[in-house]
Write a protein that binds this ligand. Structure first.
Ligand SMILES: *Cc1c(COP(=O)(O)O)cnc(C)c1O
Length: 504
């Protein structure tokens, strides 16, 4: 290829990428209230891009060959450890994100306990992040789900204590939980786990870089004796590009169990603290640079902006007839449910509200209703994550929330697509079982999706769909289907949908 051809092809492919990016939901400006965390400071994005560029070819696999990777990791761990009040007894690593931090926290605790694979249990509130379900499945642990209070969404420490078993390798609580921003009672749970010598992980993936500056809270971090590990995502309120989180452990011996070391194969000695081998340090470099530039004072300032925007929006939603804020959210996020204290024709269905607010240009996140082990239900909700930039669209957003509720008030909840309603009826009559559906080949499931109007080939390839706030997928109908069908079936159908999106 001539230099000229190469140059032209490069610019063509970049033009194509720009066109593709134009179809994405906006990552900046506060219009998407989940997934993205915008500091509102363009200089920080530029800084992260410049830092990423400098380390682009580096392989984080080996900090002895690329010492810059080790130095950045050490300094970022030190910063987060200090922020979470960890002493010199706390050690950790940078991972690729919250999910990896959570999986590795479980792996370290399991191996610290010395149980063989396939043995052991994990005790968690039902509001714990899905990453712990994934960890339990991957590591062959039983997940013991402790119901939370359906009104506050907070777990009761005594209930956690009662769920402990001889084979429990780790207890997890959240600071705060993702679905409802509930701050679990860390001090009370830690007293119990400490008395039983069971490790306790505080999942501060979302709160770790926000709660330290939130104001008066009961202790929830390494100040609490008995907290043995914590996760905090730099790609959330650390404002770093996606791909960076910190996992910390109290004590070298627990920390070392996070590692995988192997010299017994014919290749190079493999020693990794993460699930990945060869890895990018681009997001690490971005997070490291941002943490140096902002420091605690900079984070504190950004948190105070997110905090006042959150307070304002919580108060706006509390005044909307037919909706209510769930529990007492702690941190820059909250969930909204229908207010059952008003007459049915004055209620606002959260999924309808999400769609109506979406039509007004703000993308909210729907969360389906769920039933806990004790038979209580956690309502369907709409989730809002507030970032410092939300301030700049506050008036418009508040208006969209209010007028969106007016659009949805008294309107019956969205229904699942007809074909999936028929499937739900077949489950109810016993004509079909979960096992029947799970045994179907992928082709049959993808045909079922197409007949339900959920063809991955027509979706996700354009933004700004009418009812979806960001994509052409009708999320209210999808969530209704999740609620109507057995959850294992909806999980399998959604796997089919997402797999279909990337099938060549
Ligand atoms: C975001 C989050 C996770 C998972 O993090 P990812 O970075 O999305 O993998 C885990 N726990 C909580 C509380 C979270 O908010």
């Amino acid at each position: 290829m001539t230099d000229h051809t190469l140059e032209r092809r490069c610019s063509d492919v970049l033009a194509r990428l720009e066109a593709l990016r134009a179809q994405d939901a906006p990552t900046h400006g506060g219009r998407v209230l989940s997934y993205v965390y915008d500091s509102g400071l363009a200089a920080l994005d530029q800084l992260a891009a410049d830092a990423a560029r400098l380390v682009q070819p580096v392989n984080g696999l080996d900090p002895t060959v690329f010492p810059s990777a080790g130095v950045m990791e050490r300094e970022l761990v030190e910063f987060v450890r200090g922020t979470l009040h960890g002493s010199g007894e706390v050690f950790g690593n940078v991972t690729s994100g919250g999910t990896e931090s959570c999986i590795l926290a479980v792996k370290a605790a399991r191996d610290f306990r010395g149980l063989p694979p396939g043995r052991g249990s994990l005790v968690v509130p039902t509001t714990v992040h899905a990453a712990f379900h994934k960890a339990a499945r991957l590591l062959g642990l039983e997940l013991v789900l402790v119901p939370v209070d359906p009104d506050t969404a907070v777990v009761d420490a005594e209930a956690v204590g009662a769920a402990l078993r001889e084979d429990t390798v780790l207890v997890v609580v959240s600071a705060p939980s993702y679905p409802f921003a509930a701050l679990d009672p860390v001090v009370e749970v830690a007293e119990i786990t400490l008395a039983h010598s069971i490790p306790l992980h505080v999942d501060a993936c979302i709160g770790g870089l926000a709660l330290p500056w939130w104001g008066d809270l009961p202790p929830w971090d390494f100040r609490v004796p008995g907290v043995t590990s914590m996760s905090a995502d730099l790609h959330k309120y650390g404002y770093a590009p996606k791909g960076v989180s910190v996992l910390l452990h109290r004590g070298r011996d627990l920390h070392r169990q996070q590692y995988f070391g192997l010299t017994d194969w014919p290749g190079y000695p493999v020693v990794n603290p993460t699930l990945l081998g060869s890895k990018s340090v681009a997001a690490l470099a971005g997070a490291w640079a941002i943490s140096h530039v902002l420091g605690a004072a900079g984070y504190s300032d950004l948190v105070s902006r997110a905090r006042s925007a959150t307070a304002e929006l919580v108060s706006t939603v509390s005044r909307i007839e037919g909706l209510r804020v769930v529990g007492n959210p702690v941190g820059p996020l909250f969930a909204v449910a229908a207010d059952l204290d008003v007459a049915p024709d004055r209620r606002v269905d959260p999924h309808r509200w999400m769609a109506a607010v979406g039509r007004r240009g703000f993308v909210l996140q729907g969360q389906p209703e769920s039933t806990q082990r004790d038979g209580t239900t956690l309502p369907r909700t709409t989730h809002l994550t507030i970032t410092p930039v939300t301030e700049s669209v506050l008036t418009e957003l508040a208006e969209a929330l209010i007028v969106g509720a007016d659009d949805a008030r008294g309107v019956a909840a969205a229904e699942a697509p007809a074909a999936l309603r028929q499937l739900a009826a077949a489950f109810e009559s016993g004509e079909v079982t979960v096992a029947d559906v799970l045994a179907l080949p992928a082709d049959a499931l993808s045909a079922a999706l197409v007949s339900a109007g959920l063809d991955p080939k027509d979706s996700g390839n354009g933004a700004g769909g009418e009812d979806s706030g960001g994509s052409q997928l009708d999320m209210a109908a999808v969530l209704a289907a999740v609620e109507a069908l057995p959850r294992a079936v909806t999980a399998r159908l959604l796997v089919e949908f997402l797999a279909g999106l990337v099938e060549p």
